[in-house]
Design a binder for this molecule. Structure first.
Ligand code: COA
Length: 415
């Protein structure tokens, strides 16, 4: 048994934000039916192609455990099939550009009329307001949601992050909304709309930066390295480089071989509770009780000096040696891991977070499995579907079409 057994999802999503949401729901046990345009399907199938003739990793890594149905929903017969699917399913998830579903003839009002229990979940770039009609991709969301203005170094331009907080982050928000709406439907018997705008999702993940925006009104942000360097704070939360976003100052520090290895770094946190251990470890026992260093407040104007001393020590060790020496002393530190190291990490393989999947056209490939672990709802990652792989099966099993009716739909170009 799986957590979402029995839940049927019409997956009208494409690219990344929507597909990450429905992939998660599939891992939790939902039957996810991905509807794709006949001919090409989700555009990502053919983007960033690495193996000619096979669906790209872009597509396969975002669409595991789903079934694929090709349906031209602008064709009269395709539209009729979609109406039946709406009546037969529990949730419709979509991330089309604003207005596309309405133009197709499937407004929320129409969907609610076809199936009052239907939950309709949407991702758009922006919520109601001046930009509600705009198309949005990941990096636009990162920029519009506050991530880019607060990422990077003070003397450089805004930076987008490698973590896809706009797409995958919003997909996560949407999935939570859907699960909550399913739970509410148990009591109310009614479906509802679930809406997750990407700008709002990114801002939610940048919550601590809005915190700092308001703290600025009461003086400089003393834990930012900018303060220790004596630099002026402007009107908005500044880019903070690798400064820790919390109350325990931290930095990225060089480790042995940093000149040759771009990832020979560690993240080191000067947690208040273990200050004395840090002093002993880096060979600065005189700082243990010295009034200029012994308390977090006294250290704030001296953070550059403190981290320089710690770095002089970390540069004599590999990032893993730093971790192994810090851990027994309860000092929080972590290696900067490359994608290569993560792909090879045995514990991530063992936990099912890095999974090897077999695909008929591309052979075996690595993917990220379900990062949420439920003790009573095991996840087995199965490959993404080929375009239209399950069309006949879905039309016959879910909608009760006969073999002849399916053949007619294929002939008409609706499937
Ligand atoms: N049958 C027939 N038509 C279909 C179809 C199907 N099965 N599936 C999609 N279409 C049509 C849509 O109805 C739409 O037609 P219309 O513009 O004539 O109304 C068309 O395909 C294109 O859809 P659209 O969503 O506009 O795709 P796009 O490639 O132009 O834009 C995005 C892509 C991502 C920019 C846009 O969808 C968007 O802004 N989505 C919301 C935000 C989002 O999720 N962004 C992150 C993506 S990772």
């Amino acid at each position: 048994m799986k957590a979402l057994d029995g839940v049927k999802i019409l997956d009208f999503t494409h690219v990344q934000s929507g597909p990450t949401c429905t992939q998660l729901l599939a891992w939790l046990g939902a039957d996810v039916i991905k509807i794709e345009r006949p001919g090409g399907g989700d555009a990502t199938r053919n983007q960033l192609v690495d193996v000619e003739g096979a669906d790209s990793l872009y597509f396969t890594m975002l669409n595991h455990n789903k079934r694929s149905l090709t349906l031209n929903t602008k064709h009269a017969d395709g539209k009729a099939a979609l109406e039946k699917l709406v009546a037969a399913c529990d949730v419709l998830v979509e991330n089309f550009a604003p207005g596309a579903l309405d133009r197709m003839g499937f407004s929320w009002e129409r969907i609610h009329e076809l199936n009052p229990r239907m939950i309709m979940a949407s991702v758009k770039g922006f919520g109601p307001g001046p930009y509600e009609d705009c198309k949005v991709y990941e990096n636009i969301a990162q920029c519009a949601g506050g991530a880019a203005s607060t990422t990077g170094f003070r003397d450089g331009p805004p930076l987008v992050t490698g973590a896809q907080v706009g797409d995958s982050g919003t997909g996560l928000h949407l999935a939570l909304g859907i699960v909550a709406a399913l739970l509410q439907r148990e009591k109310s018997g009614r479906g509802q709309r679930v809406f997750a705008p990407m700008q709002d999702g990114v801002l939610n993940l940048c919550r601590v930066k809005l915190r700092d925006q308001q703290r600025l009104a009461h003086g400089p942000l003393r834990e930012y390295s900018q303060f220790a360097s004596g630099e002026h704070f402007g009107e908005a939360t500044p880019r903070a480089g690798n400064d820790s976003g919390g109350g325990q100052p931290g930095r990225v520090l060089k480790c042995k071989n940093w000149e040759k290895d771009p990832n020979a770094y560690t993240y080191f946190i000067t947690q208040e509770a273990v200050w004395k251990n840090i002093c002993d470890l880096i060979g600065k026992p005189e700082w243990r009780d010295h009034p200029d260093y012994a308390t977090p407040k006294a250290r704030l104007p001296r953070l550059n000096e403190v981290f320089e001393a710690i770095e002089a020590w970390t540069m004599t060790k590999t990032k893993f040696e730093v971790m192994n020496l810090c851990n027994p002393l309860n000092i929080p530190a972590g290696p900067i891991l490359s994608m290569k190291e993560l792909a090879e990490e045995p514990s991530l393989r063992a936990s099912g977070t890095v999974v090897e999947v077999e695909h008929p056209k591309r052979g075996s490939y690595l993917t990220v499995g379900c990062p949420i672990k439920l003790s009573d709802s095991a996840v087995e990652v199965t490959r993404a579907p080929l375009l239209g792989e399950h069309s006949e099966e879905i039309l016959r099993e879910v909608l009760g079409y006969s073999k002849k009716e399916v053949a007619k739909l294929v002939e008409s170009g609706a499937v």
